[in-house]
Design a protein around this ligand. Sequence first.
Ligand SMILES: [Ca+2]
Ligand SMILES: [Ca+2]
Length: 265
Amino acid sequence: MFIKKIASIAALSLSAIASFSYAESAHAVTFKVTTGIESIDGKTNQGAFSEFSKDKNVVTVDFNSGQAPTTGFAKYSFSGNNSSVRSDMWAPVGAKGEKNDSNYLAVFEGSDAIINLEKNLNYFGIDWGAAHTNNTYSFFNGDNLVKSFTTKDIDLAGGFALYSPLHPGINEDGAKLDPTTNQYNQGNGYVHFYSESSKDTFNKIIISQVGGGGFETDNHSFHAGTKGFDFPTTSVPEPGVALGLLAISGVFLRKRKNQKTLNLG
Ligand SMILES: [Ca+2]
Ligand SMILES: [Ca+2]
């Protein structure tokens, strides 16, 4: 009986370690997945936005001008010619799974998107859509890699906020079988990466894809900071808990009235 109890405690601890391994690592850039919220002006066909996008200190890039910014707070460049800002059916979907008709950033193998930041950041959020195996984010401070994440990390931490029938796929990382249609749907959600301490801030992000399929993202949100990002962990719900999200977006709406959106149009 005693051994049985120890074993179950050990199993519990292991799952706890799996859930919080990022938080406990030496370099703690960690992440949370939510559905995100609709745009500040209430549009639901622009993909999901960060719950923090209403904070006046948060800068959001929506790509709706058809270009990625090359000057200012966040400078985007590409290492090859395949990746671009575009509009098509693979755009990351909205907070409730709505189709996104706007321009977004698509990255393909061999053509990384590189974001050089004017300041050190402690938060970077993205509407991550139509997930494929080995969609990869790498966070750097200067030339030093702080932390890198792939689609599998999202799966291991509990998965995406939703799996969209608008993005049919195959059985791979970031996809889930819909038993009613017998179709694999690709993961979508708003993923918030943030630093837990001053040691883990970053000033360069590389978005890359290793292998087939594209890496589709929209509505990048940035927050500068030299300390850990104060993520309201108690009020941010697990993926897919709609009531909790309504509550949190309500809080942000009340507290924060301004949203800075970089629109190059
Ligand atoms: Ca967009
Ligand atoms: Ca994809």
